[in-house]
Design a binder for this molecule. Structure first.
Ligand code: ADP
Ligand code: MG
Length: 580
């Protein structure tokens, strides 16, 4: 994959000044560190060869200088630690917001494919690792670069041949590191996918915890979880193996370097080309290299993790929503609510067969139309083409004679209310959930909507009235109550077009009759398409459209269709008569 350098660095932009300051501090800290072995060398030489009467005074002077350097170093390190991390965290937070906002805009087809838990892991873990790279990367790079080149230059002036011998090891170390980097990169990518799977499993099992318990299938979920957890463990084992190879390989290089210095250094002392103070200086500077070399594994892990995190971030950021506004999308002033399908065909992504083929029909403004047909015939699919949850692959869906693709997406969806069988409520209060239909609505408007939806009385019966928390996904409410809240939400939205997709199917008879009442009052004056099983809902429809695998096979009123004795009459005898 081509690495998007420009994009990668663009996230530094808002924090450029602060980050340059952090790097400068890092530079100062490293430079002061380089001075220490030199001071030690100075004192050692003095002690070894100097005039003893002056040595003591100089030792105190050097000691004071060292103290000063320590103060500078620690202040610099404080700045690097505190502000460096802050820069990383702020960049991470920016990217997280951007990623979340982008995900919100992606289409249904994307969420049909992706597991929520995996997406969560991209938003949390991946970016956390990336922020580490964002600040530590340059900091460490500068720190170690200064140390290495500084040590090289100083040592070169002390004893060139020995220095060159020491630094000859480095290219080998480089090749060695490059080789293991590749291996690590692969291993770390796999880790990320696996932890994403663990997240997905947790999300799935916990969201469905009520089903799990009702089937007493805790052990099944535990087994599924453990499988994912073990896969993650296996993947990490492989990573650690690669890391252990790398770490100890690097360590071996370091030991080789130290042995070389001791042997050649001692030989040089005998040969009088080096003195003891120089040898000590060499060993001290090599001690300097221990940290960078040991950190090489850590740094390359960090680098790889950050880069894979960024690649995974970009994978999502590069996805375009399937369904987007056209540049010249129009916003209708007033929507009458006429809906027309013209030879519409549709199939889900990656599916071979069309769910809908060549469908044509028209619904007049304000008309109440029932859509019936066997399960799986495509009723829900058909309705999801109107608010453009998906786009038709052929033909046109028109609203007031305008192709829905030419209408501004937000305004299109603002004009359509959908009530489904499974209600989704957010955690929060009853008031907040109803207001979701129109965030600008006043408390009075919310209450009026609740009254229209027959929800006011039960809400007032809750411990805190409208300010009662309804639990995650509304678990503290009954099915009928949840449905009435969702209807109140649509009342508040007040759209001219209404889609009721088996809104009462999941309810018992008593809640159904209350919810039905709310729905009927909601449907007044709006173009309504109702998908229903129950005769009571269908019988009042001005027109019934019968949709089967063969498309629209019949249209007409209840009595007219019964008289025809066709598909509707058949469905009716199979499905509805028991419910009358
Ligand atoms: P109905 O509402 O009439 O019961 P649907 O419109 O829900 O039928 O489904 C029609 C067909 O499309 C079914 O075969 C179903 O399996 C398939 N289908 C529904 N939703 C999706 C989806 N998101 N992705 C792929 N196939 C789907
Ligand atoms: Mg359906």
């Amino acid at each position: 994959m081509h690495f998007p350098m420009k994009k990668f660095f663009s996230y530094y932009k808002p924090y450029k000044k602060l980050f340059v300051m952090v790097l400068t501090c890092g530079l100062i800290v490293s430079a002061t560190a380089l001075v220490f072995p030199l001071l030690v060398r100075y004192i050692t030489k003095d002690v070894l060869n100097g005039d003893l009467s002056t040595v003591l005074r100089e030792v105190y002077g050097v000691g004071a200088l060292m103290l000063g350097l320590v103060v500078i170093q620690n202040m610099g390190n404080y700045f690097v630690d505190y502000y460096g991390h802050q820069v990383g965290a702020r960049m991470e937070s920016d990217m997280r917001s951007e990623l979340f906002a982008h995900m919100q805009k992606l289409s249904f087809s994307f969420f049909d494919k992706e597991k929520t838990g995996r997406l969560m892991s991209r938003i949390t873990n991946d970016l956390l690792l990336l922020s580490e790279l964002y600040h530590h990367g340059p900091e460490d790079y500068i720190k170690y670069l200064v140390r290495f080149t500084g040590a090289f230059v100083i040592l070169y002036f002390i004893n060139a041949p020995l220095t060159i011998a020491v630094f000859c090891f480095l290219p080998f170390l480089g090749v060695f590191a490059l080789y293991f980097n590749k291996m690590l990169n692969k291993a770390l990518r796999r880790n990320k996918e696996r932890i994403g799977d663990v997240n997905a499993q947790v999300e799935d099992s916990l969201s469905g915890i009520r089903v799990v318990k009702s089937f007493a299938n805790e052990h099944v979920e535990i087994a599924k979880f453990n499988r994912e957890n073990n896969r993650f463990l296996d993947s990490r084992k492989k990573t650690y193996k690669a890391e252990a190879y790398f770490y100890n390989g690097a360590e071996a290089f370091l030991q080789l370097i130290t042995i070389t210095v001791i042997i050649f250094g001692s030989a040089s002392i005998v040969g009088n080309t080096l003195d003891l103070a120089d040898l000590i200086t060499f060993l001290l500077y090599i001690g300097f290299m221990i940290e960078p070399i040991q950190k090489l594994t850590h740094m390359s892990t960090q680098f790889q993790e950050g880069i894979t995190g960024f690649q995974r971030f970009m994978e999502i950021m590069n996805l375009k929503p399937d369904i987007e506004n056209k540049p010249n999308a129009m916003t209708p002033q007033k929507v009458n609510g006429e809906i027309e399908f013209k030879q519409v065909s549709f199939r889900y992504e990656d599916h071979l067969e069309n769910v809908l083929s060549n469908l044509s029909f028209r619904v007049q403004p304000g008309e109440y139309v029932a859509l019936v047909g066997p399960s799986g015939a495509g009723k829900t699919t058909l309705c999801s083409l109107i608010p453009r949850f998906y786009d038709a692959i052929a033909g046109e869906v028109l609203l007031d004679g305008i192709n829905v693709r030419d209408i501004d997406l937000q305004s299109l969806r603002n004009n359509i209310g959908v009530v489904q069988q499974d209600v989704y409520l957010f955690s929060g209060t009853a008031m907040e959930n109803i207001r979701y239909g129109n965030p600008a609505a006043s408390d009075d408007e919310v209450i009026a909507a609740a009254k229209h939806a027959n929800a006011h009385d039960f809400i007032m019966g809750l411990p805190m009235g409208y300010h009662s928390e309804i639990g995650q996904r509304g678990v503290k409410l009954s099915g009928g109550q949840k449905q009435r809240l969702s209807i109140a939400r649509v009342f508040l939205k007040n759209p001219p077009i209404l889609i009721l997709d088996e809104a009462t199917s999941a309810l018992d008879n008593e809640s159904e009759s209350i919810v039905k009442e709310s729905l009927e009052s909601l449907a007044k004056g709006r173009t309504t398409i109702v998908i229903a099983h129950r005769l009571s809902t269908i019988r009042n429809a001005q027109r019934i459209i019968v949709l089967t695998e063969d498309g629209i096979v019949e249209q007409g009123t209840h009595n007219a269709l019964l008289a025809r004795d066709g598909a509707y009459a058949y469905l009716y005898s199979k499905q509805f008569e028991l419910q009358v």
